[in-house]
Design a protein around this ligand. Structure first.
Ligand SMILES: NC(=O)c1ccc[n+]([C@@H]2O[C@H](COP(=O)([O-])OP(=O)(O)OC[C@H]3O[C@@H](n4cnc5c(N)ncnc54)[C@H](OP(=O)(O)O)[C@@H]3O)[C@@H](O)[C@H]2O)c1
Length: 396
C-alpha cells in the first residue's frame, strides 16, 4: 500500500485500547488511528474527543480512512461493519471469531470482489500467528490435524481447579476479574469460542468451510469434583481442546470437548490463560506453538501485526481452498469418551459400541467406552441441561 495507513477503529474495549497502546509503541510503522467508533459516547475513556464517534458512517464513508479495524463484541453488528467496509474499498482487520465462523465464506468472496485485504490473525489464539503459519508454511496436503487449547479463559479456570483446588465458580470469577473471560463467559466455558476459532483454522489449514451447527462441541460448565478426582487418580489433567483432523484421506472432522490429557501430551504443559496449538503432519510429525491467547496487549499486537502486513499489501492466499479442495466434512468417527451421569435414563441416551470401564455408585456413575461422533451429535439437544459430563481420551 503506497498511502499512509489511516485507521478507523470500531470498539475501544480490551482489544481496541490494547491496539492503541501497542501502536503508540511501534514507531516504525507509518500508521495512525484517525477515528474510533464506540457504542456508548458518554463513557469515560482516555481518548481525544475529536477522534471519538458513535456513528459508523464517520469511518465507513470517510475516504481518508483506508483501514478499518473491527474490534467490537457484537458479532451481528461486526458483520454489517466488515461487509460495508469491504464494499467501500477499505482493507479490514478483525478479531471477531464468532462473526467469522458464520460469515467467513461470504466475506472472502467480498474481499476478492472489491480487491481489498481482509486479515484476522487476532481472531484465533491471540498472539500466536497460527493463521499465517497455516497459510504460508503448511500450505500443502501433508497436514493431518491441528489441535489444542484455543481458549485462554477455560484453560485458566481448569488450571486453577487442578493446581489450586479452586471451585469452578471461584475460578470463573477470577478469570472474569482478570479480563480473560469474554463479556459473555458461556462462549468460553461451553466451547463455542474454541469452535469458532477451529472453524477459522479449518479454512486455512484444510480449505473447508464448516458451519458451527455441523460440529459436536461440549464445554466444561458441568465439570464436577468427581471428574477432577478420577482424572487426577489416573494421572491426567482435564483441558478443553479443539481438534480438526483429516479422516480417511478425503474427509475432515472437527471436535470441541474436554479431554483427559496425559502427562506426555503437549496440552499437559499449557497452564493458566495460555494457548497451545499442535500441528501434526506427514513427514514433519509434530510441531507445537505456544503463547498468550487473549488480553489487551497480546491481542492488540496480533491486530497490529495484521495492520503492518497491510503496509506491504499482504493478503491471505487461501491456497488450500484454491489448490487442495475436495475435502468433505464427516462426523462418522469413533471416539473414546468418559461419561459421568446421574440418572440411568441419561446413560441410555448414549449409544456406546464398547465399554471398557464403568462404575455405578451412590453418588458417582461413569462409563469409559467408545461411541460414534455421529450418534453423539444427534443427542446434543437432549443432553443439554442434564447433569452429565463428557471428556474424550483419544490423542490430542
Ligand atoms: N478480549 C480478548 O482478549 C480477545 C482476544 C481475541 C479476540 N477478541 C475479540 O475481539 C473483539 C473485541 O473484544 P473485547 O474483549 O475488546 O470486547 P470489549 O472489551 O467488551 O469491548 C467491546 C467494544 O466494542 C464496542 N462496541 C460494541 N458494539 C458496538 C457497535 N455496534 N458499534 C461500535 N462499537 C461497539 C464497545 O463500545 P462501548 O465501550 O461504548 O461499550 C466496546 O468499546 C471480540 O470480537 C472478541 O471476541 C478478544
Amino acid at each position: 500500500m503506497s498511502n499512509k495507513l489511516k485507521i478507523g477503529v470500531f470498539g475501544y474495549g480490551v482489544v481496541g485500547s490494547g491496539l492503541a497502546h501497542v501502536l503508540k509503541n511501534s514507531k516504525g510503522l507509518d500508521a495512525s488511528i484517525v477515528k474510533v467508533c464506540v457504542r456508548d459516547g458518554e463513557k469515560e475513556r482516555e481518548l481525544d474527543s475529536a477522534v471519538l464517534t458513535t456513528k459508523p458512517d464517520d469511518i465507513l464513508s470517510d475516504p481518508e480512512i483506508n483501514v478499518v479495524a473491527e474490534l467490537i463484541d457484537d458479532a451481528d453488528a461486526a458483520y454489517q461493519i466488515v461487509k460495508t467496509a469491504l464494499q467501500n474499498g477499505k482493507h479490514v482487520v478483525s478479531a471477531n471469531k464468532k462473526m467469522l465462523a458464520y460469515h467467513i465464506e461470504e466475506l472472502i468472496q467480498l474481499q476478492w470482489q472489491h480487491k481489498v485485504s481482509f486479515v484476522y490473525e487476532a481472531s484465533a489464539c491471540g498472539s500466536i500467528p497460527i493463521i499465517r503459519n497455516l497459510e504460508e508454511y503448511y500450505d500443502n496436503d501433508l497436514l493431518q490435524s491441528v489441535s489444542g487449547i484455543l481458549n485462554g479463559s477455560s484453560n485458566y479456570i481448569l488450571t486453577k481447579i487442578f493446581n489450586d483446588n479452586l471451585d469452578y465458580d471461584v475460578a470463573l470469577k477470577q478469570a472474569q476479574d482478570l479480563g480473560f473471560a469474554e463479556s459473555d463467559p458461556t462462549s468460553d466455558v461451553d466451547g463455542f469460542d474454541t469452535l469458532y476459532k477451529l472453524i477459522i483454522l479449518t479454512v486455512h489449514g484444510f480449505g473447508l468451510f464448516v458451519h458451527p451447527d455441523q460440529v459436536f462441541n461440549f464445554g466444561i460448565s458441568n465439570l464436577s469434583p468427581k471428574d477432577i478426582e478420577l482424572a487426577s487418580q489416573k494421572g491426567y489433567k482435564i483441558r478443553l481442546l479443539g481438534k480438526v483432523t483429516k479422516v480417511n484421506g478425503n474427509h475432515v472432522n472437527l471436535l470441541v470437548a474436554p479431554k483427559f490429557v496425559k502427562p506426555e501430551e503437549h496440552a499437559f504443559t499449557v497452564e493458566s490463560h495460555y494457548n497451545g496449538v499442535l500441528i501434526q503432519g506427514n513427514f514433519y510429525d509434530n510441531q507445537f506453538m505456544y503463547g498468550k491467547g487473549a488480553g489487551a496487549h497480546p491481542t492488540g499486537s496480533a491486530v497490529l501485526s495484521d495492520i503492518t502486513a497491510l503496509a506491504y499489501d499482504y493478503k491471505y492466499e487461501y491456497k488450500k481452498l484454491k489448490y487442495y479442495g475436495g475435502l468433505q466434512y464427516t462426523n462418522d468417527m469413533e471416539v473414546e469418551v468418559y461419561l459421568r451421569y446421574t440418572n440411568k435414563d441419561d446413560l441410555a441416551l448414549f449409544n456406546f459400541s464398547d465399554i471398557k470401564e464403568s462404575l455405578t455408585g451412590k453418588d458417582f456413575n461413569y462409563v469409559i467406552g467408545t461411541l460414534n461422533l455421529s450418534d453423539l451429535i444427534k443427542i446434543r439437544q437432549q443432553i443439554q441441561g442434564r447433569d452429565v459430563f463428557l471428556a474424550y481420551l483419544g490423542d490430542e
